[in-house]
Design a protein around this ligand. Structure first.
Ligand code: HEC
Ligand code: HEC
Ligand code: HEC
Ligand code: HEC
Length: 490
């Protein structure tokens, strides 16, 4: 480890001595000119063939069995089902698209293709769904406004030239064609950065913003009848750069009905939703963020290609690239790094099991309370309201971490904090609901059967079912005490 620290210190010293250089920047090889509004990566590829070739590789499956928690579109060609991985989510998301089909992410090539393939309940909002996928989203929103945003998903795609329709993250999203410097191509992030009050960025920060265009949480603003009311928006009210907290996000999401996107079937509650908050979790004081890293440092390592050094554009898990990205700072062997990553992820999986099942149990108790109310039992409304508040706090924290794609690695201590708070809120809500039921003369069983099989079977047009081998079980076995097999109902 000594040697490793020395190298890391040298890297950090170099970044201080040469601010804005972020270490060793590859020389840009250029063989032509690209138009200001060129969407077609093939045209960019004529000028930058090495990066283009690397970018095309996001289509290819990655080596199987390297990653522990981010399997999916590997050489086994299995599309992994997040609802089988985290079965409590099937119960909690029941009532809308995410409870029907919710898959592990795969390479950028598939961003739009997967939307076309997925159960149609997931793309019901229409054009607005293309915000974090297609490079033409911004220009079509500027040109056609609500006509594009609320158009059916298919009609929205047809507003683009055929060649652009199936494009995911593309050169024009991240680069200015004039000098290949970084740019952003998403109005929601421009607005989000205004909320953060930040308008000057170092090169490292710009490299991170390229990814923050999509790897952030947002909501699709809704009218009271839940139809789409505008382009996606970031729930960052009150946040600062480097401190977008889960507490702030929850506060923002619970402020008004525009943020209410769906009705949770089991509780009957109107709910907001949290999506892939990689940027938010990473920048909330993680060790690597504090050390000045940005996403491409781990996800787009430099690699030699002939006589040139390029940033790998085949963006994927560093675990599936055998930790080459980490080696520029950590001289430790890949085995050591793998062990660090997996240990962090296993601890997260254990804590997430605890939170997930605690929140799901409360949802089931609300179902019981609502049924008893409908039968005329008098439930203490003050207690009910308090339990609902605690439930929302627990649920949204679980939603945040389960939607984040690193299984804790991006920020292990913050992840642990959020999950333990989630469990604590859920336990509090459970106690209040048990009291409310008991006072109303309803006897509550010690074990609440979650009936997970009911929510996991025969889902959507693809008739998805629970796949036992994909489940993220508690690696320490502790969860079996809280939710043994018969309680899970699987
Ligand atoms: C325009 C939106 C967009 C941008 C910009 C973007 N991503 Fe993605 N990313 C996605 C989507 C969408 C997926 C999932 C695609 C799918 O599953 O079909 C994804 C998937 C991924 C994956 C999983 C790949 C795999 O092999 O499983 C990684 C890792 C990733 N992105 C990292 C990054 C990094 C790092 C950046 C910045 C350099 C970035 N992304 C920029 C939208 C984006
Ligand atoms: C210090 C290195 C590091 C940094 C910096 C980093 N990541 Fe990651 N990221 C990882 C590791 C390790 C994983 C876990 C991969 C696995 O388990 O296979 C991961 C997982 C992911 C995944 C899921 C990958 C998959 O295959 O599904 C996405 C998406 C992602 N990161 C995006 C980002 C974004 C966006 C940023 C910046 C805000 C970022 N990462 C910063 C190391 C890093
Ligand atoms: C998701 C964002 C993203 C997309 C999409 C993307 N790039 Fe990049 N690209 C980057 C980042 C980040 C760097 C590193 C920039 C830096 O360090 O200043 C980079 C660097 C480059 C460089 C500079 C040399 C190097 O390799 O570091 C070239 C040239 C380049 N990209 C070309 C392309 C081309 C061509 C495409 C489309 C086929 C493309 N990029 C798509 C993010 C992206
Ligand atoms: C650009 C340099 C850089 C890269 C790339 C990098 N790291 Fe680090 N890493 C650091 C620094 C700096 C620290 C903090 C060292 C310290 O103070 O202990 C650190 C700390 C760590 C720690 C201890 C974390 C903690 O929270 O205590 C682990 C584990 C780790 N890195 C794993 C990885 C893995 C895995 C990758 C690749 C996916 C990676 N790092 C990529 C610079 C880097």
């Amino acid at each position: 480890m000594r040697k490793s620290y020395a190298i890391i210190s040298l890297f950090l010293l170099l970044s201080v001595l040469f601010p804005g250089c972020g270490g060793d920047k590859p020389e840009v090889f250029r063989a032509g000119v690209i138009g200001e509004n060129e969407f077609d990566p093939e045209v960019w590829g004529k000028v930058f063939p090495l990066q283009y070739e690397s970018w095309l590789k996001t289509e290819e499956p990655k080596p199987s069995d390297l990653s522990m928690y981010r399997r999916g579109w590997d050489k086994d060609k299995i599309v992994y089902d997040k609802l089988s991985e985290m079965p409590y989510l099937a119960l909690l998301f029941n009532g809308w698209g995410f409870g029907v089909e919710y898959n592990e992410p795969r390479g950028h090539h598939y961003a739009v293709i997967d939307q076309i393939d997925i159960d149609p309940s997931r793309t019901k909002p229409g054009g607005v769904c293309l915000a974090c996928k297609n490079p033409m989203h911004k220009s079509l929103t500027e040109k056609n406004g609500m006509n594009y945003l609320t158009a059916s998903f298919d009609s929205a795609l047809k507003m683009m030239p055929e060649k652009i329709q199936k494009l995911g993250p593309s050169c024009i999203d991240c680069h200015k064609p004039s000098d290949m410097g970084m740019r952003i191509n998403k109005t929601h992030l421009e607005n989000g950065l205004k909320v953060l009050g930040k308008n000057e960025f170092t090169r490292q920060e710009q490299r991170m913003l390229a990814c923050a265009q999509c790897h952030i949480t947002y909501f699709v603003p809704r009218n009271p009848d839940k139809t789409v009311a505008g382009d996606v928006t970031l729930p960052w009210t009150g946040a600062k750069w480097g401190s977008i907290s889960i507490e702030g996000i929850i506060k923002d999401l619970l402020t008004d009905t525009k943020r209410i996107e769906w009705k949770q079937k089991i509780t009957g509650f109107d709910m907001p939703f949290i999506r892939h908050p990689e940027f938010e979790l990473f920048t909330k004081g993680s060790t690597h963020f504090n050390a000045g890293l940005s996403c491409p440092d781990c996800h787009m390592p430099y690699r030699r290609s002939g006589s040139y050094k390029i940033s790998v554009h085949d963006v994927t898990s560093p675990v599936k690239q055998d930790f080459v990205a980490c080696a520029q700072c950590h001289t430790d062997k890949a085995d050591w790094l793998r062990k660090q990553v997996f240990t962090t992820q296993e601890r997260t999986a254990s804590m997430q099991n605890r939170a997930g099942y605690a929140v799901a149990t409360v949802a089931k108790l609300f179902e019981m309370v609502n049924e008893n109310q409908a039968k005329g039992k008098k439930i203490d409304q003050g207690l009910y309201a308090k339990a609902k508040d605690a439930y929302m706090q627990g649920y949204l924290r679980l939603n945040f971490i389960s939607a984040e794609n690193s299984m804790g690695f991006h920020n292990p201590t913050e992840t642990a904090r959020i999950l333990s708070d989630s469990t604590a809120f859920a336990n509090k809500a459970e106690a209040m609901l048990r009291q409310a039921l008991t006072s109303a003369g309803v006897s509550v069983p010690e074990k609440i059967n979650l009936e997970l099989g009911k929510y996991l079977t025969n889902r959507g047009i693809h008739k998805r079912n629970f796949v036992p081998g994909q489940e993220f079980k508690d690696p320490y076995g502790t969860q079996d005490y809280f939710t043994p097999k018969d309680v899970k109902g699987l």
